[in-house]
Design a protein around this ligand. Structure first.
Ligand SMILES: C[S@@+](CC[C@H](N)C(=O)[O-])C[C@H]1O[C@@H](n2cnc3c(N)ncnc32)[C@H](O)[C@@H]1O
Length: 319
């Protein structure tokens, strides 16, 4: 049994462990007695992992390398989840969670479930007393998500229903604090969302759509059904990474003669040749410069994911 909404220290049989090789290479593994995991760093026995502490750095039997055994979290799951669909990533998930005012005890409705990336985060946010009702009309996706929720210890908090919400609505009335729609035509589910939202307090909705034409149709439908405070946002995250970079002092930078750090004999010879014009500067010269830590945006910046259209259903709008 995994534990996505609470922490434990020791790995048991049946747990989901996130195997970390490098920052760009991680995958989930279910602990199975007797099984062996092979990867580019060698062989690792599940029996060695079971009983170890989460966070352990484990060497392979061949000694070729090591892995870390990480505790699963919704944030890590979003990075390793097997994609059956497009998924939501953390910048959108965190913004939506806070804008929908999600916290422990809230009741949430979501459709479609897709790969369950969003569902895992929501379940953790509303735990332990809240509940997520999630709906998916693709049967295999619904079955796979249900199985993952069970394996991750979330089935008490998530009700997974195989259902076409455009054709049949959510089958819920006056129940949810918030509704999230990640559907091709969310405007067709706005009426059902209104029915499902609580009427005694402010109900909140968010629709996630990649195209502005979808936003327009959704906004019209929200307005027609009495929602107010309709707003649209787009989340663009820019990650920075820390690197060390060579820093020439001012004399070196302008090509002056004085350098204020100690040079080896061969470097002094190279410098002499450079000054005499008999050698080309190579990467080695800059590599010898003193280094400082700098931060720069990563080369790959995730751009537009989708537009987030929010609205509220205030009790006063019901009268
Ligand atoms: C982009 S995926 C959702 C991804 C999800 N938010 C995640 O983070 O993993 C959209 C899902 O909506 C489902 N869907 C589309 N129309 C639907 C409908 N009328 N009723 C229920 N599910 C629907 C699709 O099958 C698809 O799995």
């Amino acid at each position: 049994m995994g534990m996505f909404h609470e922490y434990k220290t020791t790995i048991s049989a049946g747990d989901t462990v996130i195997i970390y090789l490098t920052p760009d290479s991680m995958y989930p593994l279910t602990m199975t007695p007797g099984a062996v995991q092979n990867n580019k760093f060698g062989s690792f026995k599940h029996d060695d992992m079971i009983g170890s502490k989460f966070g352990t750095k484990m060497r392979s039997h061949t000694g070729r390398g090591f892995i870390y055994l990480l505790h699963p979290t919704p944030a890590l799951w979003t990075q390793v989840v097997p994609h059956r669909t497009q998924i939501l990533y953390l910048p959108d998930i965190s913004f939506i969670s806070s804008y929908l005012d999600l916290r422990p005890g809230k009741i949430m409705i979501e459709s479609g479930t897709g790969s369950g990336s969003f569902s895992h985060s929501i379940a953790r946010t509303i735990a332990p007393t809240g509940h997520l009702y999630t709906f998916e009309y693709h049967e295999l996706r619904a079955t796979t998500a249900k199985q993952e929720f069970e394996e991750h210890g979330l089935s008490d908090m998530i009700t997974m229903e195989h259902r076409d919400v455009i054709a049949n609505g959510f089958g819920k009335t006056d129940l949810a604090d918030a509704v999230f729609l990640d559907l091709p035509a969310p405007w067709d589910a706005v009426k059902a969302a209104k029915e499902a939202l609580r009427k005694d307090t402010i109900g909140r909705i968010c629709c996630f759509s990649p195209c502005i034409e979808q936003v327009q149709r959704t906004a019209v439908a929200l307005n027609e059904h009495g929602f107010s405070d309709i707003r649209m946002y787009e989340c663009l995250a820019r990650e920075h990474e820390v690197r060390s970079a060579p820093v020439p002092d001012i004399e070196t930078a302008i090509g002056g003669e004085k350098v204020n750090f100690k040079m080896s004999k061969s470097d002094r010879n190279k410098k002499r040749k450079l000054e005499a014009g008999s050698a080309e500067p190579s990467g080695e010269e800059s590599a010898k410069l003193p280094e400082v830590l700098v931060s720069k945006p990563t080369d790959i910046t995730r751009g537009h994911t989708s537009y987030l259209t929010f609205a509220i259903l205030a009790p006063v709008d019901q009268q």
